[in-house]
Design a protein around this ligand. Structure first.
Ligand code: FAD
Length: 367
């Protein structure tokens, strides 16, 4: 391969570029990103950035970026995949490449008049809005919504979190562990309202719930998930279905195109986690250079979240058979395992609150 184009200049895109160079690719590397910023880390945006403790955290320092010897096309959006080797950009130019890495991530679902938090620019706007807000409404009690609520609370705001399901994080952690996470809000003086939909958000005056109630809020943030950023691939040669369809090694229906990170639907599963994006970049670029799938992902979907001074860690999959192995939910310090329904000896998932040591130890036993 002489030219490889990476579309998406964030975590998965940057890690792919680094992995390609490490694996000896010495051809032309073009990195296209629609944000104007060089790659920065997203996890701090909902945590220390909102608290004013850090500014943008770069994913690589200038020496590392220089060592990549890449052509950066920032502030430029890929608008179409014209063929298996040609990408159209918003500035009217095209990039021709022998290999393509799709790393366009996710686009947040929106509600009119509510902030979202995905990019550095979103985070700057939200931090500014928090500066004068007293009452903050957060729609969605998933990981990002909960982190935003926690940060707002640390800033002394009056915080209300609204969740459509009876317990937060049910789809990820199951009902019991989702409820345990939900209790953190009340512990720290935020109000959690569950099992209700949002009807609309008023500019400045809050949230109208579908059951007729009104939540007072000067600033409202929606943390209601993302959809994969695949609009630019519509009608093109790569298969799309809830993300870019690829095998467990990130290879799409075209062997010279791989997908990595939040946009990749790998073997029927789309992870939206930092460590998955990092690992997928290593594996998919190896397969791209090999011209076939020689390696598959093994990450297991590890995710962490920092809320109200508690670190939540999860890996694997949740089942109904969940057992506390150490500590207690009441203390907000525990490790629990999820057991396989057909063989209860098999640990298929692990969740922990503030017990990284045991989580890491048990992780080795994960089936
Ligand atoms: C606020 C926040 C906090 C988070 N905290 C955690 C955490 O604590 N733990 C955890 O495990 N994960 C966390 N995550 C998730 C983690 O950051 C993501 O999984 C990771 O960023 C995915 O990387 P990515 O490169 O696949 O996608 P993204 O980071 O979304 O990057 C995709 C890039 O592609 C660009 N792009 C999109 N379309 C185009 C196009 N057509 N042309 C050119 N460029 C395009 C986008 O603008 C973006 O810059 C958090 C995410 C957010 C937003």
């Amino acid at each position: 391969m002489r030219t490889i184009a990476i579309i998406g200049a964030s975590l998965a895109g940057l890690r792919s570029a680094q992995a390609l160079r490490r694996q000896g690719f010495d051809g032309r590397l073009v990195i296209v990103g629609d944000e104007v910023h060089l790659p920065y880390d997203r996890p701090p945006l909902s945590k220390d950035f909102l608290l004013g403790k850090v500014e943008a955290v770069p994913l690589a320092d200038q020496d590392d970026l220089d060592a990549l010897n890449a052509e950066w096309r920032l502030g430029n959006c890929a608008t179409a995949l014209l063929s298996h080797g040609e990408v159209a950009l918003s500035d009217g130019t095209t990039v021709e490449a022998d290999g393509i890495v799709i790393a366009t991530g996710g686009i947040p679902r929106t509600i009119p008049n509510a902030h979202v938090l995905r990019t550095l620019d979103d985070a700057v706007k939200l931090r500014e809005a928090f500066a004068t807000a007293q009452h903050v409404g957060v729609i969605g009690a998933g990981f990002i919504g909960a982190e935003i609520a926690s940060s707002a609370r640390s800033l002394g705001k009056d915080v209300t979190v609204i969740e459509a399901l009876p317990t937060p994080l049910t789809r990820v952690l199951g009902v019991e562990m989702g409820a345990a996470c939900g209790q953190l809000h009340g512990d720290h003086g935020s109000t959690l309202i569950t099992a209700v939909n949002v009807d609309s958000v008023n500019v400045d005056s809050g949230i109208n719930l579908a059951d007729g109630r009104h939540v007072n809020a000067d600033v409202v943030v929606a943390g209601i998930g993302v959809r994969p950023a695949t609009d630019w691939l519509a009608g093109g040669p790569v298969k799309v279905d809830n993300g870019v369809v690829c095998d467990a090694g990130g290879v799409t229906n075209l062997k010279n195109i791989v997908a990595v990170g939040d946009v990749a639907n790998c073997a029927g599963h789309r992870a939206e986690h930092w460590t998955s994006a990092t690992e997928q970049a290593q594996v998919a670029t190896r397969n791209l250079l090999a011209g076939e799938t020689v390696a598959t992902h093994t990450n297991g979907g590890y995710v962490w979240s920092d809320q109200y001074g508690v670190r939540i860690q999860f890996i694997g999959r949740a089942t109904n058979d969940v057992r506390i192995e150490d500590g207690s939910i009441e203390d907000r310090r525990f490790v629990a395992t999820y057991r396989d329904s057909s063989n209860e000896e098999d640990i298929v998932g692990i969740v922990a609150m503030s017990n990284a040591r045991l989580f890491t130890r048990l992780r080795r036993n994960l089936k």
